[in-house]
Design a protein around this ligand. Structure first.
Ligand code: AMP
Ligand code: ZN
Length: 485
């Protein structure tokens, strides 16, 4: 039975989808004003494990992700600079050029980390009509109001606004979060913008016509609308990094449930942050680690994936090169151990042994996605008292979820090793200058050729002939050596 921590109930719960056998999963996508840093990618790796595991245990998963290419302000609330404008100015390009470039970079990083592309990927700027529709309904139902040229969500209409934390109403000063300033148009401190018509950015590039004037959407409305557009009125799982819980996901719940008139999402999965010794890794600080940087330093991106899997998603993880080095060594050793497994077509998979190995693996992931124990299950399979065909079958199965590319990397390694051995065997023999030694070397080669031709009598005769002259041969994996008595 698959159990997952639900941030909304603060409990590990049995996962039960709205419709048997099917899962609707929504992931907050990247804000494409810069490269994704490896902290962002930790979140996407963990969500990928969830996606893959749900499929592994038999669910038909439909996963949807937005691409934030408009509306996300640096405060995560309604104040600060527009992140996309900030990126465009930095690079002297248009917002759409920046968005296209960093979206491609994001999916290329995901591919290197074996993060499956969601079934639906939807840029916010493609869905403006959907946002306008949801905002219109919220206005009709009295959950939204116009003030000072903008449209706001009225949080006082809700019985409960704070779902993920226990703020009291008096604590809801607009300045709860750093950098969040007051806005005189707001009726309640917690209200948030659904549509900006009175743009505070004179140079706002992206603007659309709306029933309320030319403007652009708030950030939160995009995820509610895109999710409901593709996954309907009931969402099974919504994921994101922990910083998304408030205000982003809190506002998503407010809007979606006000719009629908019923509960919207059953389960919320939040991934804790990747930190460095100097604190949280953040794009806005400008200095951050990317997959390309790790590659330049010689790391295989999949070693970073293994690094992430070694920690639980509900604990913060600290990045250091020392920790990554350890993961890189473990990854190499793991691949070498898989490469050492024999491939014998005649060997049969022992289904009972495989089932026992599988239980350890599913027990780990059923228990709130315990990825480090799932990796341990891989090592258990390698050490198990069973044949290599069964071990390879277990690894193939587990790696369909863990996605460390183990069999592919092992096959590449085995092919490289074979190539090296063949090159060594066909290398031109350089004989000794000393005529006596040269005669021995030639005899050794003649014996090797006789053995290859299965002419063992001749090979033995050469060995005996040399022995009679006091030359003793020793066969080693890298060739035959000799000693003279
Ligand atoms: P963004 O591109 O800033 O919208 O963030 C993309 C995803 O990364 C969101 O789910 C964030 O919650 C998540 N995230 C941001 N910073 C970190 C971090 N340091 N560690 C892990 N996840 C993060
Ligand atoms: Zn979102």
């Amino acid at each position: 039975m698959f159990r997952l921590y639900n941030s909304a109930s603060r409990k590990v719960e049995e996962f039960v989808p709205f419709e048997a056998g099917k899962v609707g999963m929504y992931t907050c996508g990247p804000t494409v004003y810069h490269f994704a840093h490896i902290g962002n990618l930790r979140t996407y790796i963990m969500e990928d494990i969830l996606d893959r595991y749900l499929r592994y245990i038999g669910y038909a998963v439909k996963r949807v992700m937005n691409i934030t290419d408009v509306g996300h302000l640096t405060s995560d609330g309604d104040t600060g600079e527009d992140k996309m404008l900030k990126g465009a100015k930095r690079e002297h390009k248009s917002v759409m050029e920046i968005a296209a470039y960093y979206t491609d970079c994001f999916f290329s990083d995901c591919a290197k980390l074996h993060i499956r592309r969601p079934d639906v990927v939807e840029p916010a700027t493609h869905c403006i009509d959907d946002f306008i529709h949801v905002i219109s309904v919220l206005l009709e139902k009295g959950y939204a109001y116009a003030a000072g040229g903008n449209i706001y969500f009225d949080t006082s209409r809700l019985d409960r606004y704070y779902v993920f934390n226990d703020f009291r109403t008096d604590d809801l000063a607009v300045g709860v979060r750093e950098g969040v300033e007051g806005d005189d148009n707001k009726r309640n401190k917690a209200d948030f913008v659904l549509w900006f018509t009175k743009s505070k950015f004179e140079d706002q590039e992206l603007k659309w016509d709306s029933p309320w004037g030319v403007g652009y959407p708030g950030w939160h409305i995009e995820c509610s609308s895109i999710s409901m557009k593709h996954l309907g009125e009931h969402l099974d799982i919504h994921c994101g990094g922990i910083d998304n819980a408030f205000p982003h996901h809190t506002n998503e719940i407010a809007q979606s449930e006000a719009y629908l008139g019923h509960k919207w999402c059953n389960c919320w999965m939040h991934v804790l942050h990747l930190n460095t010794d100097s604190g949280k890794m953040s794009k806005s600080k400008g200095e951050f680690l990317t997959v390309s940087l790790l590659e330049e330093k010689g790391y295989d991106p999949l070693a970073y994936r293994l690094f992430c899997l070694q920690s639980h998603y509900r604990r913060p993880q600290t990045f250091s090169y020392e920790n990554l080095d350890n993961a890189a060594v473990s990854y190499k050793k793991l691949v070498a151990r898989v490469a050492a497994l024999k491939k014998d077509a005649a060997e049969r998979v022992d289904e009972n042994a495989l089932a026992a190995l599988r239980t350890a693996f599913t027990d780990a992931l059923d228990s709130d996605l315990n990825t480090s124990l799932a990796v341990t299950a891989l090592y258990t399979a390698l050490k198990a008292d069973t044949n290599d065909a069964t071990k390879r079958a277990a690894i193939a199965e587990f790696d369909s979820v863990l996605s460390l590319g183990l069999l592919e990397a092992a096959d590449r390694l085995a092919a490289e090793n074979e190539k090296k051995a063949a090159a060594a065997a066909s290398a031109v023999r350089v004989y000794s200058e000393d005529p006596e030694i040269r005669a021995i070397e030639e005899a050794i080669d003649a014996r090797a050729a006789a053995k290859k031709a299965k002419n063992y009598a001749e090979a033995d005769r050469i060995r005996a002939e040399l022995a009679a002259k006091g030359v003793i041969l020793t066969d080693t994996p890298s060739g035959t050596t000799f000693e003279r008595k």
